[in-house]
Design a protein. Structure first.
Length: 278
C-alpha cells in the first residue's frame, strides 16, 4: 500500500452529500481510512494498517466542529480515538490526534485533500487473506476489487451493478458451507425488508472467487444445519413466503416452501397452501 492515508468522508447535511478525500500520515505509520460522517447522528468508518490490511471499525460523531472517531477492539470495546478539532470538510488540510486509550500514547495526524480515490473505497468486511474495494459514483457500485493483504496485489475484479451502501456493500461468510470464506455484495432493496445480494464463492483449488448462481430474496445462511433460508414479504407483511435450500455442487436446491397469510380473525400470520402466496 502506498505510504499514504486515503481518507474518504461522506458528509451529510440536509440530505445533500459531498465526498471529501485526504492523504497523509498518522505518526510514521501508513494507514488508510474511510468514514461516513453525519452531522445529525452517528458516524462510521474503517481503517487499516498497511502492513496488515485488516479493516478496524470506527464509530463516532461530529459535534460543534469536533470530529471524534473511536476505534474498537475485537470485543467491541473502545481502544483508541481520532480527534479532529475545528473539522471543516471544505478545508484543504486538517490535523488531528490519534490516542491509545490504554497507555495514553498520542500521535499526530496530518491530512491533505485529495481529488479522488482511483483504487476504490475500502470495505469493512474482509477475508483471512483478502480485503475488498468498491468502485462507485456514490449512487451505484460498478466494480468490486479483491486485494491480497500485506502485498496489496490486485487478485481479481468483477463488474457489478449494485446499490451503494458506503462501507458496508460487502459481507463475508461461508455461503456454500465448505469451510472457506466467501463474499457477497449488496445488490438492491425492494418493498419492505426485502433485499438481494450477489454471491461469490471461493475455490480452494484455484484460490480464486467465482460468481455463483445463488439468488433469492433476503437469504440467510444456517451454518449449523447447512441450509439457505429465503424470506419474501409483501403487502405490508400480510403475505410471507419462506423457502429452504440445500447446496449441491454449489447450486441451491429447493427442499421445502411455506406460505403464511395474515388472518384478521386470529390477528396473526397463518400457514396456508403455497399456491396462496403466488
Amino acid at each position: 500500500m502506498k505510504q499514504l492515508i486515503y481518507f474518504l468522508i461522506i458528509f451529510s447535511s440536509k440530505n445533500v452529500f459531498s465526498q471529501i478525500n485526504y492523504s497523509g500520515f498518522i505518526g510514521k505509520y501508513p494507514i488508510e481510512l474511510s468514514a461516513e460522517i453525519n452531522t445529525s447522528g452517528n458516524s462510521y468508518g474503517v481503517y487499516v494498517y498497511s502492513t496488515f490490511d485488516s479493516p478496524i471499525i470506527l464509530e463516532g460523531n461530529l459535534e460543534q466542529e469536533e470530529l471524534i472517531l473511536f476505534e474498537k477492539d475485537s470485543k467491541g470495546k473502545k481502544s483508541a480515538t481520532m480527534t479532529f478539532e475545528k473539522f471543516n470538510p471544505e478545508s484543504e488540510s486538517i490535523e488531528g490526534i490519534w490516542k491509545d486509550l490504554k497507555n495514553e500514547k498520542q500521535l499526530k495526524i496530518t491530512l491533505s485533500k485529495k481529488s479522488k480515490i482511483d483504487e476504490g473505497i475500502i470495505q469493512y468486511a474482509s477475508a483471512d487473506d483478502h480485503y475488498f474495494r468498491i468502485v462507485t459514483d456514490y449512487q451505484a457500485v460498478s466494480e468490486i476489487k479483491i486485494f491480497q493483504k500485506k502485498t496489496d496485489k490486485l487478485i481479481q475484479k468483477f463488474d457489478v451493478d449494485c446499490q451503494f451502501r458506503g462501507l458496508y456493500c460487502v459481507s463475508t461468510g461461508d455461503f456454500n458451507f465448505d469451510g472457506f470464506t466467501d463474499f457477497s455484495i449488496f445488490e438492491s432493496s425492494y418493498a419492505g425488508p426485502n433485499t438481494s445480494s450477489l454471491y461469490f464463492l471461493y475455490n480452494p483449488n484455484t484460490k480464486k472467487y467465482f460468481e455463483s448462481t445463488f439468488s433469492g430474496t433476503s437469504l440467510e445462511f444456517d451454518q449449523k444445519r447447512k441450509r439457505i433460508i429465503e424470506t419474501n414479504q409483501c403487502c405490508a407483511g400480510s403475505s410471507v413466503t419462506t423457502a429452504e435450500y440445500k447446496v449441491i455442487k454449489n447450486k441451491m436446491v429447493l427442499e421445502k416452501e411455506r406460505c403464511f397469510k395474515w388472518s384478521e380473525k386470529k390477528q396473526a400470520l397463518v400457514e396456508q397452501n403455497v399456491s396462496k402466496c403466488r
